[in-house]
Design a binder for this molecule. Structure first.
Ligand code: ME8
Length: 503
């Protein structure tokens, strides 16, 4: 039996404003994971897209003076263009205004109506348009003037009183708890999983899943005065994109911590109600602040990925996001910390190493490595190759910064090896030894190039080209090297500087 593709998803983003580094972070992480799976020979399928229904979008279109769908088309395109620019290779891009999705939302809604898990009632309570969520009075924050504010958004809440359909979330508490217990890897990281556990143990209430006041949404089947609540609609995207394929269930949903509850509680309960298999994992990563402050419209501090990549390049941006903070923790973005890592790790550690090695092979060996040199016991590549399973274990656990830590340990070891063996001296005294050490360095660096490919695809390609792996874009992966494939197919030449230093 062939394995189904490894199915990875990002949240579908609201299109009321242009994308920023927070959106870029999740999407790049998903792309890195997908590329890594592919580099190991596993087919991967990465889904991203845009969340286009609901009051927030309707209001934003109105404010922009556009027809809602024209507004959606334009803003959704901004996200799609950014992914292209950031070298994200998604396999599908879903928009909730597409018919293929709307049909599936209606199908699932109708199914739950039929089996009694969705029923009609009345909602009287608070609503937060910014997070598009129903808020319990006990969770609202009171402003000094006595106005009720959303706990996450800090914005004034609306008071709703409307007929609505409810989803029997309360019924699924025990089954959810059982599922969490039986599948310890289902929710990650563990500190966030325990919050969810406590929340569900506290008892679940049924949730409202339709609106009568919002017109911009999927009509409830058989009752067009209602539109489906935007979160109920949005979560279904992961399943509707998989229609007609073997993709479902997803292997991992990557989301930000603020929407973990929707994905860890409501979505699995919806799937249980529909008799569908549950995703294998939901991973909630942390949040970026910018120079110590929360990104917000009022602070006007949204970081534009185009601005950063114009200055530092796409690969350095991809690298920084995944290196700076462990996936799952919060972190801070600043140009100063980006510049520091860029100079120390990319320009110095990696860039210099590649250029020193390729330059020496070019200069001392005429760009050619010995075909089958006699290896000595201190041949370093053997030990370097043994790090591949360690890196794989980190990637499997979505520990991107952990994987990069190992790669940089190797890069630093190789720099130390260059200094210790001083091939430029050996070139004058012992040509055989010089050949061997350069052979060792090139083989190790080809492994490094393979490991880096998911993180910095363009840089990895440049490294491999300089190291004689000529068949771009057919890059040499760690597995190729280990399998002894394409060992030294082309001449080794020094290329342009990979990361010019920043001042
Ligand atoms: O919530 N740091 O969409 P959204 C890290 N449409 N990640 C961040 C971030 C930050 N400061 N800001 C945003 C929605 N993100 C819904 C999702 S899914 C069925 C529906 C990332 O446009 C992070 O992944 O508000 C977060 O979960 C997502 O953007 C929220 O995007």
């Amino acid at each position: 039996m062939t394995m189904k593709p490894y199915y990875i998803t990002t949240p579908i983003y609201y299109i009321n404003a242009a994308p920023h580094i927070g959106h870029a972070y999740t999407t790049i992480a998903a792309d890195v994971l997908a590329r890594w799976q592919r580099s190991r020979g596993r087919e991967a399928f990465m889904l991203t897209g845009t969340d286009e229904h609901g009051q927030k979008i309707e209001d934003a279109a109105k404010a922009a003076g556009k027809h809602t769908i024209d507004f959606c088309d334009a803003t959704s395109a901004l996200f799609r263009d950014l992914w292209k620019h950031l070298d994200v290779r998604h396999d599908d891009y879903i928009r909730t205004t597409e018919k293929r999705h709307e049909d599936k939302v209606q199908e699932l809604f109708a199914l739950l109506l039929k089996n009694g898990d969705v029923y009609k009632g009345k909602y009287e309570g608070l609503y937060d348009v910014v997070s598009e969520s129903f808020v319990k009075e006990s969770d609202a924050i009171k402003s000094p003037k006595g106005i009720l504010l959303g706990p996450d958004s800090g914005k004034p809440l609306q008071t709703l009183s409307e007929e609505t359909y409810f989803f029997k979330l309360s019924k699924y508490g025990p089954a959810l708890l059982e599922h969490y217990k039986a599948n310890p890897g289902f929710l990650a990281p563990s500190h966030r999983a325990s919050e969810i556990l406590r929340f569900v143990e506290g008892g679940l209430e049924d949730i409202s899943v339709s609106r009568t006041k919002v017109k911009w949404g999927v009509p409830v089947p058989g009752d067009p005065d209602h539109t489906v609540y935007v979160w109920f609609d949005a979560l279904i995207n992961y399943w509707s994109a998989a229609a007609g394929t073997t993709l479902w269930p997803a292997d991992v949903h990557i989301v930000g911590k603020e929407i973990f509850r929707f994905h860890a509680v409501i979505w699995p309960a919806m799937l249980m109600a529909a008799g569908l298999p549950l995703p294998k994992k939901v991973f909630a990563h942390g949040w970026w602040t910018v120079e110590g402050k929360k990104m917000s419209k009022s602070a006007g501090n949204f970081v534009d990925p185009y601005e950063i990549t114009l200055e530092f390049g796409v690969d350095a941006f991809r690298y920084f996001l995944l290196r700076e903070m462990p996936f799952g923790n919060d972190g801070d973005f600043s140009k100063a910390s980006l510049t520091k890592r860029y100079n120390a790790e990319l320009a110095n550690d990696l860039g210099n190493l590649v250029s020193r090695v390729s330059e020496m092979v070019d200069k001392f060996l005429g760009g050619k490595l010995p075909v089958k040199p006699e290896l000595t016991p201190d041949f370093r590549t053997t030990a370097v190759a043994r790090r591949t399973p360690d890196i794989a274990a980190k990637m499997e656990a979505l520990d991107f910064s952990g994987a990069l830590d190992i790669i940089w340990e190797v890069v630093r070891d190789l720099n130390a090896l260059v200094n210790e063996k001083a091939p430029w001296k050996l070139a004058k005294t012992d040509m055989k030894a010089c050949e061997l050490v350069l052979f060792d360095l090139v083989c190790s660096l080809r492994l490094v190039g393979g490991w880096l490919d998911p993180f910095m695809p363009a840089t990895a390609a440049k490294i491999q080209m300089q190291l004689g792996v000529r068949h771009f874009p057919d890059l040499l992966t760690a597995e190729d090297v280990l399998a002894g494939k394409k060992e030294h197919p082309g001449p080794i030449l020094k290329g342009p500087v990979l990361f010019p230093r920043k001042i």
